[in-house]
Design a protein around this ligand. Structure first.
Ligand SMILES: Cc1ncc(COP(=O)(O)O)c(C=O)c1O
Length: 358
């Protein structure tokens, strides 16, 4: 069954705005309606089962992305988890970041006064990062796995090599534009932290996300707090110190339940099948966009490609595109689109027809 059949997308729309926010499958609508009704019923016990429910979500995240649920934290979005992580790192940590990376990633580092250096985004980003790490020895590298404007995707095998060569370097990945597009195994990835929001490629709406930490990262952060007396109240007896920071209060079960439904949905379809679909759709789209010289060289010249494409169409034409039912967004020097599992070659053909007649 084509992936698209799981979604209700009206014929007049070409939905290619997943880098902004993703669509939810129809089954989420049913699950959420039923869940709301049961949650609302005073005689029901769903409200009381909140801790167990969130624990199951952590377990499903861990199972989906190859890690231990003890090192997974449910957060309302990427930014929350990342800010909490930063607060726990030694204040004298020196960072390496990418110039122009997503503000939720760079700004909290800069605004907290951490020492940092930047690397310019380029086709040779991996070489440049390696060189800077070799010469300046930063403590932490913090980067988006896929850049939100250009769609440049970091070579994930590079991260493994980097970790092997510089085992003390802490590597933080923002997976918000990546997680949900292909299989990903956190524990063997070389990353020490990967966080994501759930509303884009995970198709889970707002209010949910998570962060996964390596044992080394868990050991490094919040060292002072770990030396102090832990809370004595029995209701917090099962909370680790890190849980008191990353999940300081009750989590929204409807929202995190939606994330869980997404993970189950993706596992049913198979993340490898999703990747295969996206690879072939991207190859088709790249061919047509290349003929028209619509591609950004920085992304087009690299073999490793993400699902984000920044089409070099004047951003001022954005209202015209929306008028014609193209859900996209102006970013940088062009119009940013994203191809997800609910897209197919028909969407590309229709988009090309519209673009050719702009
Ligand atoms: C790379 C990247 N990180 C993070 C986010 C969003 O983070 P949050 O959901 O915490 O606002 C975006 C959203 O566009 C993004 O592109």
């Amino acid at each position: 069954m084509p992936f698209k059949t799981h979604f209700d997308i009206p014929d007049h729309l070409i939905y290619i705005n997943t880098p902004g926010n993703g669509l939810m499958p129809r089954s989420h609508y049913h699950w959420r309606s039923e869940r709301e009704a049961s949650f609302f019923a005073p005689e029901g016990n769903l409200r009381d089962l909140q801790p167990q429910f969130i624990q199951h979500v952590r377990q499903d995240i861990a199972a989906c992305f190859g890690t231990d649920s003890k090192r997974v934290y449910c957060t309302p979005n990427f930014s929350f988890g990342f800010n909490v992580l930063l607060e726990g790192l030694p204040k004298n940590s020196r960072f390496l970041i990418i110039e122009g990376d997503y503000p939720s990633l760079n700004y909290p580092i800069i605004s907290r006064g951490f020492a940092y250096q930047t690397v310019e985004i380029s086709e040779r980003i991996e070489e440049d990062l390696w060189h800077k790490i070799e010469t300046d020895a930063p403590d932490v590298l913090a980067i988006s796995m896929v850049q939100y404007i250009s769609g440049l995707k970091i070579d994930l095998s590079f991260i493994k090599k980097l970790k092997a060569a510089f085992p003390n370097l802490l590597i933080i990945g923002d997976g918000t534009q990546f997680i949900g597009t292909e299989p990903f195994d956190f524990d063997s990835s070389g990353f020490d932290a990967v966080g994501t929001s759930g509303y884009k490629w995970l198709m889970a709406g707002f209010g949910n996300g998570f962060i996964m930490l390596s044992s080394a990262m868990e050991h490094t952060i919040y060292q002072d707090a770990k030396k102090k007396q832990r809370p004595q109240e029995t209701m917090w007896i099962n909370k680790t110190i890190l849980h008191t920071y990353f999940e300081p209060g009750h989590q929204d079960t409807l929202s995190h339940g939606t994330l869980q439904q997404s993970l189950l949905f993706l596992q049913r379809l198979g993340l490898q099948h999703v990747k295969t679909h996206l690879d072939s759709l991207r190859a088709y789209a790249y061919g047509l966009f290349k003929e028209r010289q619509l591609l950004l060289p920085i992304a087009a010249n690299r073999d490793i490609k993400s699902s984000i494409i920044n089409l070099q169409i004047n951003p001022d034409l954005y209202p015209k595109l929306t008028e014609k039912g193209v859900c996209c967004f102006p970013r940088g020097t062009g119009i940013r689109i994203g191809l997800h599992l609910y897209n197919d070659t028909t969407d590309i053909d229709r988009l090309i027809h519209i673009v050719d007649h702009l």
